[in-house]
Design a protein around this ligand. Structure first.
Ligand SMILES: [Zn+2]
Length: 89
C-alpha cells in the first residue's frame, strides 16, 4: 500500500444508505461528506465527494486541506428508511 492508493484509488463516492468511509481499508459507515475541488483540473463549481466516518473525518479533511482542495464538510443526508413509511391505522 502506498500513499497514492489513499488518494488516487478511491472509488467514486456513492452517498446513501450503507455508504462507507472513503479511507482505504475502512469499512465503517460514513457519516460525513467532504466536498473538495482541484482547481487545476476541475471547473470551480465542480465538487468531488469523499465519504468519511467519524474517526477518519479529521484525517481526510487534513489530507485535502494540506493540498488546498478542501471546500466543506457536511453531514451525510439522513438515510432513507428502508421500511414502509406509512403509518398503519
Ligand atoms: Zn473511516
Amino acid at each position: 500500500m502506498s500513499i497514492f492508493d489513499l488518494a488516487a484509488g478511491l472509488p467514486p463516492a456513492s452517498a446513501g444508505p450503507g455508504a462507507v468511509c472513503s479511507r482505504k481499508a475502512c469499512r465503517a459507515q460514513a457519516s460525513w461528506q467532504l466536498l473538495w475541488n482541484n482547481p487545476k483540473i476541475h471547473p470551480p463549481e465542480r465538487r468531488k465527494t469523499w465519504l468519511a466516518c467519524a474517526e477518519h473525518r479529521g484525517w481526510l479533511e487534513d489530507y485535502l486541506q494540506t493540498r488546498g482542495l478542501w471546500k466543506e464538510t457536511i453531514p451525510m443526508p439522513a438515510a432513507p428508511t428502508t421500511g414502509p413509511m406509512e403509518h398503519e391505522r
